[in-house]
Design a protein around this ligand. Structure first.
Ligand SMILES: [Zn+2]
Length: 443
């Protein structure tokens, strides 16, 4: 018999219920939990998820085993409960032990799957009376718990504001990097939003900009967009937002045919200048694996001519006109002026943004912006939650660190994750603010 110590996940899994009983059937085990739930686990699934140090590399916590290398007639010789863990002996001599918290978190009986589906973070849809979540710059920079609250508000509501941000050009990079890597584009790492004579986008004029997402011309639109106000002395130029998910949701119930057309008929978006030519053909509304709205792609000023089957063209125009008309409806629109030292951070793949025209003669107006991908936001949230869950007190944090550094956690011990160094704002010296400025600064 081969027995190797279990390799812990980076996350911890709460013990929701003890294991009460295990029965071995021909191709699966039937696990009964102390709270009465019964979860079947196929032999193949269990063998595939063996956490032992032969099957998982202890340093990366990534799987080494490929299930195709295991006999497809795989069977469990015996199974039982050993010190609270599910213990399985495989024909051929491998031995596996499963943490009950982990097992429950991954059980795929109908009840467990429905529970997990219900726990999936849900978008909180909003309209014109949205209570804007506002956070304080210093708190976000210094307190991991406030940082987490901000990121959760972004994930679920898609629009937030931060106040008290320094107005020195480049300051935006510090707060953006509180989440993760900034995504560079042809507009730079940080882009400057000001009117300029040689504009390479309508954003860099004083025009009114209709509601849009940024970079719909890319395969992956940036997930988060920041807009930081340094100077705003000009008349006009108010920011306008709509929750694209709320509009899609309303369209789905008010005009299902139009909704379906926007989910299925691709539209091309283009952005070109003397040095680049970006194009992306994709539907305006994208759904996720559960059929929920996951993305809006929209910028009328970057749209190419429609190219759809002749029979579908009238429907596409009807649906497109309806969507744009809805973005103009007062019920969805939030209009606010951004003052120096304030910044917007919003989900660019959800919250459409616009700007009223401003009068460049009346005063200076200078915003800086940048992008971060949604993956970075979601990963940061999970790591912050992992750290919060893992560190109830200073004393247990020390014990925790010790458990991790003793390499593999032995079978029979509760699974523990590592302690990552907390991100300390300002610890790593940023490059000078000039380094972050991609587009030409005209102020
Ligand atoms: Zn194994």
């Amino acid at each position: 018999m081969q027995t190797a110590a279990a390799v812990a996940d980076f996350r911890t899994y709460p013990l929701i219920s003890d294991l009460a009983n295990v029965q071995v059937h021909s191709d699966q085990l039937s696990v009964q939990w102390a709270d009465g739930r019964v979860s079947p686990f196929h032999h193949q699934w269990l063998r595939d998820n063996c956490p032992c140090a032969q099957c998982v590399y202890s340093v990366t916590r990534e799987q080494v085993l490929e299930i195709v290398d295991v006999d497809d007639n795989l069977t469990a010789v015996s199974a039982g409960i050993d010190q609270g863990f599910l213990s399985v002996e495989w024909r051929g001599g491998h031995h596996s032990q499963y943490d009950p918290g982990w097992l429950r978190a991954h059980a795929y009986d109908d009840e467990s799957r429905a529970e997990r589906r219900a726990a999936k973070p849900k978008s909180r849809l909003w309209n014109s009376d949205f209570e804007l979540p506002v956070f304080d710059y210093a708190a976000v920079m210094q307190e991991p718990n406030i940082l987490l609250q901000w990121l959760l508000a972004l994930r679920d509501g898609g629009l937030t504001q931060i106040r008290g941000v320094p107005t020195e050009p480049g300051s935006l990079a510090l707060i953006a990097k509180r989440i993760s890597f900034i995504r560079e584009s042809n507009f730079g790492v940080l882009f400057n939003v000001q009117s300029k004579a040689d504009a390479d986008s309508n954003a860099y004029t004083a025009f009114n900009l209709p509601l849009h997402s940024d970079l719909p011309t890319r395969e992956l639109q940036p997930g988060l967009q920041f807009l930081h106000c340094l100077v705003n002395d000009a008349t006009g130029g108010e920011s306008i937002f709509v929750d694209g998910f709320a509009i899609a949701h309303a369209l789905r119930s008010e005009d299902p045919e139009a909704f379906q057309a926007l989910c299925e008929i691709p539209v091309e978006f283009r952005n070109k200048d003397r040095h680049s030519d970006y194009r992306r053909l994709a539907p305006i509304i994208a759904l996720d694996a559960w059929g929920d709205v996951a993305e809006i792609r929209m910028a009328n000023f970057l749209r190419g001519p429609f190219e759809a089957p002749v029979a579908q063209m009238p429907l596409l125009y009807r649906a497109y006109r309806r969507f744009i008309a809805m973005t103009r409806e007062e019920r969805f629109r939030l209009v606010k002026r951004l003052n120096p030292g304030e910044l917007w951070c919003f989900d660019n793949r959800r919250t459409l943004h616009a700007r009223n025209a401003f009068d460049p003669v009346s005063g200076a107006r200078h915003f800086q912006g940048c992008y971060i991908d949604r993956d970075e936001l979601l990963s940061r949230i999970l790591v912050l939650q992992r750290q919060t869950a893992a560190r109830p007190s200073q004393a247990s944090q020390l014990a925790y660190l010790t458990a991790f550094t003793s390499q593999n956690v032995g079978a029979g011990l509760p699974a523990r994750g590592p302690v990552n160094s907390p991100h300390i704002p300002g610890k790593k010296k940023p490059r000078s603010s000039r380094d972050w400025i991609g587009a030409q600064c005209l102020v």
